[in-house]
Design a protein around this ligand. Structure first.
Ligand SMILES: Cc1cc2nc3c(=O)[nH]c(=O)nc-3n(C[C@H](O)[C@H](O)[C@H](O)COP(=O)(O)OP(=O)(O)OC[C@H]3O[C@@H](n4cnc5c(N)ncnc54)[C@H](O)[C@@H]3O)c2cc1C
Length: 498
């Protein structure tokens, strides 16, 4: 058998492809992983907010286009480990009801063909693989599980513990955020040998200490170390899948590596390039047998693209907030609705602490130009930062496709009222607990693109960075959230912290 023939080829080393390869390697099958990116450099620059968020040094420079012709850089990161190199590592299971038909304000989120029960054992395995810390029984919407989280919850720092107690007094059920992080704690303190040591550059930053449970650290590296039957080729861009004469099986995988064209073949070829890039690969693989692209007889490939409607809200508090590792708490009480709203609103979670460079570098609205009176460093000192995530709905017109060589991503936003109401809930809550916050919409690359770490990975909902802006990964969705937030803040907020 030629040496370029494998039992299995896995295209893409993100959480999807890497966890699969990790699971299959012990079978002894010859497995080839093809990854278009290289290893992300381990450098202290990875802790620098300006480099990571404002200069976006790790975001792809690919240029895509909106339906109106607007050019932007997609918020994608082509590295071993895929987007998990920069993800926030909040690793939730989808709720049982998420698998059924769920009525939202703007329409129905259709039922999955399989229920939560089928996936539960895989969630459990994925939580072990990705070293998830958490506490069962706290989150009022969590689905049933076959066992406890494999690791104890990451402890709250005092200000977050205080916030948790105050939210509880308001009748909510704050809980420890399930986190994929290599953090060992004893008596609330990080142990001297723990890879993650509670630094403030976590959410959206690639970890130079390998303390984040990304798929390079948790899956690819251990598989390479343990299994000689597993081979990883980096800088290996799969340009096309070619089928045999019958059109029924993939006969050749076309790869561009170091400027050279190469061909590989396998009994099984797994496309795990992420939701957008997987669709693009299938569309690029059009042939006489498959004129609309591979596996696209239905014309559904690339359609029904879903994101979350997300926003980062920075509450400027009266008192400084000295929290370092802030991403430890979440509130799901409004996930399926609220007393004044019958439809799902979404999830509130803490996000990484805002850095001054992020506030300065991200596009602040004009009316905030007077802000130098409160320097960005002081704003960051006083900030408490929240990540709000509401659901989007599948629509066939939301679609990634090719127009000639151009990648076109057509997005029509929807279900925005849920996002706006969730924001208002947070504002009301913070006021009720006497925090007197001023909520400022803030963009960052801490853009979650799926709410589930474990299979099934929902379609990725990547952020998009229009080229005319500083090249940080601010999404069209968040641009809307941002706009919404500006107008709300304009209408109702007092200037800064009182
Ligand atoms: C900033 C940010 C924060 C996030 N935070 C969270 C979070 O807190 N919790 C959560 O659950 N999710 C989060 N996500 C989403 C999560 O990262 C994704 O859902 C997850 O990475 C998807 O995994 P995947 O394997 O499907 O794809 P990806 O991670 O996108 O990996 C795909 C891989 O395929 C490679 N590839 C693409 N095309 C080709 C090709 N033609 N040839 C060869 N290789 C190719 C890419 O380089 C990449 O390595 C976040 C994402 C981002 C960007």
């Amino acid at each position: 058998m030629p040496s370029n023939h494998y039992d299995i080829i896995v295209i893409g080393s993100g959480p999807g492809g890497a966890s699969l390869a990790h699971r299959l390697a012990p079978t002894g099958k010859r497995i080839l992983m093809l990854e278009r990116g290289d290893y992300l450099p381990r450098s202290l620059v990875n802790l620098d907010a300006k480099s990571v968020f404002v200069d976006a040094i790790y975001q792809t420079k690919d240029t895509w286009f909106g339906a109106n012709g607007e050019a932007f850089h997609p918020g994608l990161h082509y590295f071993v480990g895929g987007n998990s190199k920069v993800y926030g590592a909040a690793l939730f299971r989808m709720r049982e009801r998420d698998f059924g038909a769920l009525q939202h304000a703007d329409g129905v989120s259709p039922a999955w063909p399989l229920g939560y029960d089928v996936f539960e054992p895989y969630y459990a395995e994925a939580e072990r693989l990705f070293h998830v810390h958490g506490q069962r029984g706290e989150d009022p919407t969590e689905p049933w599980s076959s066992g406890p989280y494999p690791y104890p919850p990451v402890s709250n720092e005092p200000r977050i513990e205080e916030l948790s107690a105050n939210l509880t007094k308001e009748g909510l059920h704050p809980f420890h955020l399930p986190m994929g992080v290599l953090m060992d704690e004893k008596d609330g303190k990080v142990t001297p040998t723990s890879p993650c040591f509670r630094y403030d550059a976590f959410d959206g930053f690639p970890c130079p200490f390998n303390g984040k449970s990304d798929s390079q650290v948790m899956c690819v590296d251990p598989t390479i170390a343990a299994w000689p039957n597993f081979t990883l080729l980096t800088d290996a861009y799969v340009s096309k899948l070619e089928t045999d004469a019958s059109g029924r099986s993939v006969s050749q995988v076309h790869v561009t590596r170091d400027g050279q064209e190469e061909r590989y073949a396998a009994d099984i070829v797994v496309v795990a390039c992420g939701a957008l890039s997987s669709a693009l690969l299938l569309l690029r693989s059009a042939s006489d047998k498959h004129p609309k692209g591979l596996a696209n007889g239905s014309d559904q490939v690339g359609r029904n693209y879903m994101r979350h409607n997300m926003s980062v809200l920075m509450a400027l508090m009266k008192e400084p907030n000295p929290t370092v590792f802030q991403k430890t708490l979440a509130v799901s009480d409004f996930y399926f609705g609220a007393p004044d709203w019958d439809y799902p609103l979404g999830l509130i979670q803490m996000c990484g602490k805002t850095h001054a460079a992020q506030i300065r570098g991200e596009e602040l609205p004009e009316w905030l130009e007077w802000l130098p009176k409160m320097p960005f460093e002081r704003m960051a000192e006083h900030s408490m930062d929240f990540w709000l995530q509401s659901e989007d709905l599948p629509r066939p017109e939301n679609r990634i496709s090719y127009n000639g060589d151009r990648v076109v991503l057509d997005i029509h936003e929807g279900n925005l009222e849920a996002a706006a109401r969730l924001k208002q809930k947070l504002r009301d809550l913070l006021n009720a607990i006497g925090a007197h916050p001023v909520l400022l919409g803030r963009g960052s690359t801490s853009a979650r693109t799926s709410r589930s770490a474990a299979p099934p990975t929902r379609p990725a909902r990547h952020d998009l960075a229009p080229i005319r802006r500083p090249p940080c990964s601010i999404s069209i969705a968040r641009r809307t959230s941002w706009t919404t937030s500006i107008s709300r803040t304009r209408a109702s907020s007092p200037p800064l912290a009182r």
